[in-house]
Ligand binder design. Structure first.
Ligand SMILES: [Zn+2]
Length: 357
Protein backbone atom coordinates (compact mmCIF):
# COMPACT_ATOMS: atom_id res chain seq x y z
CA UNK A 1 0.00 0.00 0.00
CA UNK A 2 1.46 3.35 -0.93
CA UNK A 3 0.95 6.70 0.63
CA UNK A 4 -0.73 7.91 -2.57
CA UNK A 5 -3.81 5.88 -1.83
CA UNK A 6 -4.58 8.27 0.99
CA UNK A 7 -4.26 11.39 -1.08
CA UNK A 8 -7.70 12.53 -2.09
CA UNK A 9 -7.75 14.34 -5.41
CA UNK A 10 -10.64 16.82 -5.52
CA UNK A 11 -12.76 16.69 -8.64
CA UNK A 12 -15.45 18.95 -10.00
CA UNK A 13 -18.28 16.89 -8.46
CA UNK A 14 -16.75 17.24 -5.02
CA UNK A 15 -16.30 20.94 -5.51
CA UNK A 16 -19.91 21.43 -6.62
CA UNK A 17 -21.14 19.34 -3.70
CA UNK A 18 -19.09 21.36 -1.18
CA UNK A 19 -20.21 24.63 -2.69
CA UNK A 20 -23.88 23.59 -2.52
CA UNK A 21 -23.42 22.57 1.10
CA UNK A 22 -21.71 25.85 1.92
CA UNK A 23 -24.48 27.84 0.26
CA UNK A 24 -27.14 25.85 2.14
CA UNK A 25 -25.28 26.40 5.39
CA UNK A 26 -24.96 30.11 4.70
CA UNK A 27 -28.66 30.42 3.88
CA UNK A 28 -29.68 28.60 7.04
CA UNK A 29 -27.32 30.78 9.07
CA UNK A 30 -29.02 33.89 7.71
CA UNK A 31 -32.44 32.51 8.66
CA UNK A 32 -31.44 31.91 12.25
CA UNK A 33 -29.71 35.26 12.40
CA UNK A 34 -31.61 37.35 14.94
CA UNK A 35 -33.25 34.50 16.79
CA UNK A 36 -29.87 32.86 17.44
CA UNK A 37 -28.49 35.87 19.31
CA UNK A 38 -29.05 35.15 22.96
CA UNK A 39 -30.64 38.07 24.83
CA UNK A 40 -28.38 37.14 27.75
CA UNK A 41 -25.31 38.35 25.85
CA UNK A 42 -23.76 41.71 26.59
CA UNK A 43 -24.67 44.64 24.39
CA UNK A 44 -21.12 44.66 23.00
CA UNK A 45 -21.40 40.97 22.04
CA UNK A 46 -24.71 41.67 20.32
CA UNK A 47 -23.23 44.51 18.26
CA UNK A 48 -20.35 42.30 17.13
CA UNK A 49 -22.67 39.39 16.29
CA UNK A 50 -25.09 41.57 14.34
CA UNK A 51 -22.14 42.97 12.43
CA UNK A 52 -20.93 39.45 11.63
CA UNK A 53 -24.41 38.36 10.54
CA UNK A 54 -24.58 41.40 8.29
CA UNK A 55 -21.28 40.25 6.75
CA UNK A 56 -22.73 36.77 6.16
CA UNK A 57 -25.80 38.28 4.55
CA UNK A 58 -23.57 40.20 2.18
CA UNK A 59 -25.22 43.45 3.25
CA UNK A 60 -21.95 45.11 4.11
CA UNK A 61 -21.86 47.22 0.96
CA UNK A 62 -25.51 48.26 1.10
CA UNK A 63 -25.87 51.52 3.02
CA UNK A 64 -27.82 51.12 6.29
CA UNK A 65 -28.63 47.50 5.46
CA UNK A 66 -29.28 46.64 9.08
CA UNK A 67 -27.41 49.44 10.78
CA UNK A 68 -24.48 47.27 11.83
CA UNK A 69 -21.82 47.95 9.22
CA UNK A 70 -18.22 47.91 10.44
CA UNK A 71 -17.85 51.61 11.19
CA UNK A 72 -21.22 51.93 12.95
CA UNK A 73 -20.41 48.89 15.06
CA UNK A 74 -16.96 50.22 16.00
CA UNK A 75 -18.48 53.62 16.91
CA UNK A 76 -21.20 52.01 18.99
CA UNK A 77 -18.68 49.84 20.85
CA UNK A 78 -16.55 52.91 21.56
CA UNK A 79 -19.59 54.87 22.83
CA UNK A 80 -20.55 52.13 25.30
CA UNK A 81 -17.28 52.60 27.18
CA UNK A 82 -16.81 56.34 26.51
CA UNK A 83 -17.72 58.15 29.72
CA UNK A 84 -18.55 61.35 27.80
CA UNK A 85 -21.01 59.66 25.43
CA UNK A 86 -24.77 59.66 26.06
CA UNK A 87 -24.73 55.95 25.21
CA UNK A 88 -22.20 55.23 27.95
CA UNK A 89 -23.22 52.46 30.31
CA UNK A 90 -21.40 51.76 33.56
CA UNK A 91 -20.93 48.13 34.52
CA UNK A 92 -22.98 47.66 37.67
CA UNK A 93 -23.27 43.88 37.90
CA UNK A 94 -21.32 41.07 36.25
CA UNK A 95 -24.47 39.16 35.31
CA UNK A 96 -26.77 41.93 34.06
CA UNK A 97 -26.38 44.88 31.74
CA UNK A 98 -28.59 47.96 31.77
CA UNK A 99 -30.86 46.36 29.16
CA UNK A 100 -31.43 43.37 31.48
CA UNK A 101 -32.61 45.71 34.25
CA UNK A 102 -35.40 47.30 32.24
CA UNK A 103 -37.96 44.83 33.66
CA UNK A 104 -37.41 45.72 37.29
CA UNK A 105 -40.03 47.86 39.08
CA UNK A 106 -39.73 51.60 38.46
CA UNK A 107 -39.67 52.41 42.17
CA UNK A 108 -36.65 50.16 42.72
CA UNK A 109 -34.92 51.64 39.71
CA UNK A 110 -35.61 55.26 40.70
CA UNK A 111 -35.20 55.09 44.46
CA UNK A 112 -32.43 52.56 44.82
CA UNK A 113 -30.52 51.66 41.69
CA UNK A 114 -30.11 55.10 40.13
CA UNK A 115 -28.99 56.84 43.37
CA UNK A 116 -26.59 53.93 44.03
CA UNK A 117 -25.03 54.17 40.57
CA UNK A 118 -24.73 57.96 40.86
CA UNK A 119 -22.97 57.68 44.23
CA UNK A 120 -20.87 54.68 43.23
CA UNK A 121 -19.52 56.41 40.13
CA UNK A 122 -17.80 58.91 42.45
CA UNK A 123 -16.47 56.19 44.72
CA UNK A 124 -14.79 54.14 42.00
CA UNK A 125 -11.80 55.42 40.09
CA UNK A 126 -13.53 55.32 36.71
CA UNK A 127 -17.31 55.77 36.31
CA UNK A 128 -17.58 52.55 34.33
CA UNK A 129 -16.25 50.48 37.24
CA UNK A 130 -19.32 50.57 39.52
CA UNK A 131 -19.15 46.77 39.48
CA UNK A 132 -16.02 46.88 41.65
CA UNK A 133 -17.89 48.64 44.42
CA UNK A 134 -20.96 46.42 43.97
CA UNK A 135 -18.84 43.32 44.45
CA UNK A 136 -16.81 44.72 47.33
CA UNK A 137 -20.05 45.57 49.17
CA UNK A 138 -21.50 42.16 48.28
CA UNK A 139 -18.48 40.33 49.73
CA UNK A 140 -18.29 42.51 52.84
CA UNK A 141 -21.98 42.02 53.56
CA UNK A 142 -22.11 38.25 52.95
CA UNK A 143 -18.67 36.58 53.20
CA UNK A 144 -17.51 38.50 56.27
CA UNK A 145 -20.61 38.00 58.50
CA UNK A 146 -20.91 34.39 57.34
CA UNK A 147 -17.25 33.71 58.25
CA UNK A 148 -17.59 35.41 61.64
CA UNK A 149 -20.73 33.43 62.44
CA UNK A 150 -18.96 30.17 61.56
CA UNK A 151 -16.35 30.93 64.22
CA UNK A 152 -19.10 31.79 66.67
CA UNK A 153 -21.35 28.78 65.99
CA UNK A 154 -20.12 26.20 63.50
CA UNK A 155 -22.41 23.81 61.65
CA UNK A 156 -21.32 21.52 58.83
CA UNK A 157 -24.19 22.70 56.59
CA UNK A 158 -23.20 26.34 57.05
CA UNK A 159 -19.53 25.48 56.53
CA UNK A 160 -20.21 23.74 53.23
CA UNK A 161 -22.60 26.49 52.03
CA UNK A 162 -20.01 29.16 52.96
CA UNK A 163 -17.28 27.32 51.06
CA UNK A 164 -19.52 26.96 47.97
CA UNK A 165 -20.39 30.67 48.13
CA UNK A 166 -16.71 31.57 48.32
CA UNK A 167 -15.94 29.25 45.40
CA UNK A 168 -18.64 31.11 43.44
CA UNK A 169 -17.22 34.50 44.41
CA UNK A 170 -13.54 33.67 43.96
CA UNK A 171 -13.31 34.11 40.17
CA UNK A 172 -14.88 37.58 40.04
CA UNK A 173 -12.95 38.68 43.13
CA UNK A 174 -9.67 37.57 41.57
CA UNK A 175 -10.43 39.54 38.40
CA UNK A 176 -11.06 42.61 40.55
CA UNK A 177 -7.90 41.95 42.55
CA UNK A 178 -5.95 41.63 39.30
CA UNK A 179 -7.14 45.12 38.41
CA UNK A 180 -6.36 46.32 41.94
CA UNK A 181 -2.75 45.06 41.97
CA UNK A 182 -1.99 46.42 38.50
CA UNK A 183 -3.46 49.87 39.12
CA UNK A 184 -2.68 50.17 42.81
CA UNK A 185 -6.37 50.26 43.68
CA UNK A 186 -9.78 50.52 42.08
CA UNK A 187 -11.42 53.35 44.06
CA UNK A 188 -11.07 57.13 43.89
CA UNK A 189 -8.57 59.05 46.02
CA UNK A 190 -11.20 60.07 48.59
CA UNK A 191 -11.60 56.40 49.48
CA UNK A 192 -7.91 55.51 49.36
CA UNK A 193 -7.81 54.16 52.92
CA UNK A 194 -10.74 51.83 52.26
CA UNK A 195 -9.24 50.84 48.90
CA UNK A 196 -5.97 49.94 50.61
CA UNK A 197 -7.60 48.00 53.44
CA UNK A 198 -10.44 45.94 51.99
CA UNK A 199 -8.19 43.40 50.21
CA UNK A 200 -6.60 42.47 53.57
CA UNK A 201 -10.05 41.50 54.84
CA UNK A 202 -11.29 39.75 51.71
CA UNK A 203 -8.11 38.09 50.39
CA UNK A 204 -7.89 35.36 53.06
CA UNK A 205 -11.62 34.60 52.67
CA UNK A 206 -11.22 34.16 48.90
CA UNK A 207 -8.13 31.95 49.11
CA UNK A 208 -5.39 34.54 48.62
CA UNK A 209 -2.54 35.20 51.01
CA UNK A 210 -1.84 38.85 51.85
CA UNK A 211 -0.12 40.75 49.04
CA UNK A 212 1.37 37.61 47.50
CA UNK A 213 -0.69 37.95 44.31
CA UNK A 214 0.92 41.37 43.83
CA UNK A 215 4.46 40.15 44.46
CA UNK A 216 4.11 36.98 42.45
CA UNK A 217 2.05 38.29 39.55
CA UNK A 218 3.14 41.91 39.04
CA UNK A 219 6.67 41.92 40.40
CA UNK A 220 7.69 38.52 39.11
CA UNK A 221 5.38 36.94 36.54
CA UNK A 222 4.85 40.01 34.35
CA UNK A 223 8.53 40.92 34.66
CA UNK A 224 9.67 37.51 33.41
CA UNK A 225 6.75 37.09 31.00
CA UNK A 226 6.89 33.28 30.90
CA UNK A 227 10.59 33.23 30.15
CA UNK A 228 13.02 30.70 31.67
CA UNK A 229 13.30 32.65 34.96
CA UNK A 230 9.53 32.77 35.43
CA UNK A 231 8.62 30.40 38.27
CA UNK A 232 5.20 29.95 36.65
CA UNK A 233 6.53 29.30 33.17
CA UNK A 234 5.33 26.10 31.57
CA UNK A 235 8.34 25.70 29.26
CA UNK A 236 10.05 23.26 31.60
CA UNK A 237 7.08 20.90 31.45
CA UNK A 238 5.49 18.56 28.94
CA UNK A 239 2.19 20.36 28.62
CA UNK A 240 0.03 17.44 27.54
CA UNK A 241 1.11 15.24 30.46
CA UNK A 242 -0.99 15.00 33.61
CA UNK A 243 2.11 14.05 35.61
CA UNK A 244 3.77 17.33 34.62
CA UNK A 245 0.67 19.35 35.47
CA UNK A 246 0.57 17.75 38.93
CA UNK A 247 4.26 18.55 39.43
CA UNK A 248 3.63 22.15 38.35
CA UNK A 249 0.73 22.57 40.80
CA UNK A 250 2.49 20.66 43.59
CA UNK A 251 5.65 22.74 43.42
CA UNK A 252 3.64 25.96 43.66
CA UNK A 253 1.52 24.69 46.56
CA UNK A 254 4.43 23.45 48.63
CA UNK A 255 7.36 25.70 47.76
CA UNK A 256 6.08 29.11 46.65
CA UNK A 257 6.75 30.58 50.12
CA UNK A 258 10.51 30.07 49.52
CA UNK A 259 10.69 29.94 45.70
CA UNK A 260 9.48 33.53 45.29
CA UNK A 261 11.83 35.16 47.87
CA UNK A 262 14.74 33.16 46.40
CA UNK A 263 13.83 34.41 42.92
CA UNK A 264 13.89 38.02 44.16
CA UNK A 265 17.26 37.39 45.85
CA UNK A 266 18.68 35.98 42.59
CA UNK A 267 17.56 39.19 40.89
CA UNK A 268 19.16 41.35 43.58
CA UNK A 269 15.78 42.61 44.88
CA UNK A 270 16.31 42.05 48.57
CA UNK A 271 13.46 44.27 49.78
CA UNK A 272 10.96 42.37 47.62
CA UNK A 273 12.42 39.06 48.81
CA UNK A 274 11.88 40.11 52.41
CA UNK A 275 8.38 41.53 51.86
CA UNK A 276 7.13 38.53 49.89
CA UNK A 277 8.56 36.13 52.49
CA UNK A 278 6.97 38.02 55.38
CA UNK A 279 3.58 38.44 53.70
CA UNK A 280 3.33 34.76 52.78
CA UNK A 281 4.49 33.48 56.16
CA UNK A 282 2.32 35.92 58.12
CA UNK A 283 -0.68 34.64 56.16
CA UNK A 284 0.23 31.04 57.05
CA UNK A 285 0.68 32.08 60.69
CA UNK A 286 -2.74 33.77 60.68
CA UNK A 287 -4.37 30.61 59.31
CA UNK A 288 -2.50 28.45 61.83
CA UNK A 289 -3.61 30.62 64.78
CA UNK A 290 -7.19 30.68 63.51
CA UNK A 291 -7.10 26.88 63.10
CA UNK A 292 -5.85 26.32 66.63
CA UNK A 293 -8.74 28.44 67.84
CA UNK A 294 -11.41 26.75 65.70
CA UNK A 295 -10.20 24.15 63.23
CA UNK A 296 -13.53 23.33 61.60
CA UNK A 297 -14.43 26.95 60.90
CA UNK A 298 -10.89 27.66 59.64
CA UNK A 299 -11.09 24.65 57.34
CA UNK A 300 -14.09 26.10 55.47
CA UNK A 301 -13.31 29.80 55.85
CA UNK A 302 -9.56 29.84 55.16
CA UNK A 303 -7.95 26.49 54.30
CA UNK A 304 -10.23 25.06 51.60
CA UNK A 305 -10.54 28.43 49.79
CA UNK A 306 -6.72 28.74 49.81
CA UNK A 307 -6.22 25.24 48.45
CA UNK A 308 -8.84 25.62 45.73
CA UNK A 309 -7.65 29.09 44.69
CA UNK A 310 -4.03 27.96 44.37
CA UNK A 311 -4.99 24.91 42.32
CA UNK A 312 -7.35 26.99 40.15
CA UNK A 313 -4.71 29.66 39.52
CA UNK A 314 -2.08 27.14 38.51
CA UNK A 315 -4.49 25.21 36.29
CA UNK A 316 -5.53 28.54 34.74
CA UNK A 317 -1.93 29.55 34.23
CA UNK A 318 -1.11 26.17 32.68
CA UNK A 319 -4.00 26.53 30.24
CA UNK A 320 -3.27 30.16 29.37
CA UNK A 321 0.38 29.38 28.73
CA UNK A 322 0.01 25.94 27.23
CA UNK A 323 1.63 27.07 23.98
CA UNK A 324 4.54 29.06 25.40
CA UNK A 325 7.16 28.80 22.71
CA UNK A 326 10.46 27.10 23.61
CA UNK A 327 12.45 29.22 21.15
CA UNK A 328 10.90 32.58 22.00
CA UNK A 329 9.09 32.13 25.32
CA UNK A 330 8.50 35.83 25.96
CA UNK A 331 6.73 36.39 22.64
CA UNK A 332 3.04 36.97 23.28
CA UNK A 333 2.21 36.32 19.65
CA UNK A 334 4.02 32.96 19.39
CA UNK A 335 2.55 31.85 22.72
CA UNK A 336 -0.98 33.08 22.23
CA UNK A 337 -3.90 30.75 22.80
CA UNK A 338 -6.32 33.37 21.45
CA UNK A 339 -7.53 32.72 17.94
CA UNK A 340 -9.74 35.65 17.00
CA UNK A 341 -10.81 39.17 17.72
CA UNK A 342 -9.06 40.09 20.95
CA UNK A 343 -5.48 41.02 21.83
CA UNK A 344 -2.99 38.26 22.55
CA UNK A 345 -3.52 36.31 25.71
CA UNK A 346 -1.22 38.12 28.09
CA UNK A 347 -1.28 41.65 29.36
CA UNK A 348 1.61 44.09 29.71
CA UNK A 349 2.49 45.33 33.22
CA UNK A 350 0.04 48.23 32.80
CA UNK A 351 -2.77 46.73 30.77
CA UNK A 352 -5.43 48.85 29.06
CA UNK A 353 -8.66 49.27 30.93
CA UNK A 354 -10.91 46.24 30.49
CA UNK A 355 -13.58 48.34 28.75
CA UNK A 356 -11.07 49.10 26.00
CA UNK A 357 -10.23 45.47 25.29
ZN1 LIG B 1 -1.62 40.78 35.03
Amino acid sequence: MTKDRFIHTPNFADFTYSWTRLATYKASLCCIMESSISPQLTQADMIVLRNLFQDINGDETKPNASGFDDQTSIDLLACLSDETSDKFQPTIFTGWDEKDLLGIPDAFHKNLLQPYVKWAQHVVRRPTDVVFLTHTLLYLSTSVPSAIYLYYRFTWAHGICHWLMQAWYAGAFTLMLHNHIHNNGVLSKDYAWFDRCFPYVLEPLMGHTWDSYYYHHVKHHHTESNGPDDLSSTIRYQRDELKDLLQYIGRFLILVWIDLPLYFLRKGKRALAFKSFVSELSSYAFIYIAATHNFRASLFVLMLPLLQMRIAMMVGNWGQHAFVDDIEPTSDLRSSITLIDVPVSHSPPSPPHMSNI
